[in-house]
Design a binder for this molecule. Structure first.
Ligand code: A2P
Length: 268
């Protein structure tokens, strides 16, 4: 008697998207682009759960801010690589054609809907905390809602600033976005662990000493004219939030827009 043997097919990965491109910036930082599922909607600044299957096939996911703008056909993410980190050490090895898992229904707190419109929008980021703002500064509606947009990015080293430098160059040289941005976007960088020709020091120090405001040629924060979004490590978020509160800014939410919002999902 003969038994028919089934071909060994791998079970299809649920919520799989295909990697289209990967760019490595430093030993610890990379960005990647994936296909975008039909019907995958998000607001600039939101995050989604993204990851890879574990040995047992179950998904290993973490929150990733969507770095691409909502009008883009593909999705972009910016990530750290943690040596021996269960997810990022594996994710850092992806190449075009590989599949990742992307859960539908993005969410998040870093959205313009949670801020009172008008005035200057300050996007305060450290490390990979720039990712949600990569989406925000490529959103044409942001330039309609706010008079100025100031993106600050602080990293340990100059090499870690490269993603942000390329991003801002891309906005300014983009045929349509460049016209909409029209000089409204200011990019301020600083580094904390090596000499720099530009600003040096933590963003919290630059705020406290007033260096940030003199550099941007703008007055210090006030609830009348400033809106702030904060994304970085938990310690950075806590310290920057305290400075917002000291300036009289009130935290906003979708239900009750205010003067500042902080990332609630960001880790590392
Ligand atoms: P520093 O080099 O002084 O620690 P990390 O990779 O640890 O998240 O750090 C990214 C950047 O954020 C670094 O420049 C770091 O400065 C800065 N940073 C770390 N903690 C804070 C904090 N509590 N407030 C402001 N900046 C911070």
């Amino acid at each position: 008697m003969t038994t028919a043997t089934q071909p060994a097919t791998k079970p299809a990965l649920p919520n799989a998207e295909t990697v289209l491109a990967v760019q490595h910036y430093t030993d610890g930082l990379f960005s990647f682009r994936t296909t975008r599922p039909a019907g995958f909607r998000f607001r600039s600044g939101e995050f989604a759960m993204l990851g890879l299957p574990k040995e047992d096939g179950k998904p290993l996911l973490r929150a990733y801010s969507i770095a691409s703008p909502s009008w883009d056909d593909t999705l972009e993410f910016y990530s750290i690589k943690v040596p021996n980190g269960p997810l990022t050490s594996r994710l850092a090895k992806i190449v075009p054609g590989d599949e990742i898992i992307l859960k539908p229904r993005p969410t998040g707190t870093l959205v313009a809907d949670a801020l009172v419109a008008g005035g200057t929008l300050w996007l305060i980021s450290t490390g990979t905390g720039i990712a949600p703002f990569a989406s925000v500064i490529r959103d044409p509606e942001i330039y309609e809602a706010f008079e100025h947009v100031v993106l600050t990015h602080t990293c340990r080293t100059r090499a870690e600033l490269q993603y942000g430098l390329d991003l801002v160059d891309g906005v300014r040289s983009h045929e349509l976005l460049g016209e909409i941005e029209a000089g409204k976007l200011t990019h301020i960088t600083s580094v904390t662990r090596e000499p720099s020709e530009g600003l040096a020091g933590r963003i919290t120090q630059l705020i406290e000493t007033g260096t940030l405001f003199s550099h941007a040629q703008m007055p210090a924060w006030s609830p009348e004219k400033d809106r702030v979004m904060i994304c970085g490590s938990s310690a950075m978020i806590a310290d920057t939030r305290a400075l917002c509160e000291a300036a009289g800014l009130v935290e906003g939410s979708n239900a009750k827009p205010g003067h500042f919002v902080v990332e609630k999902a960001f880790v590392g």
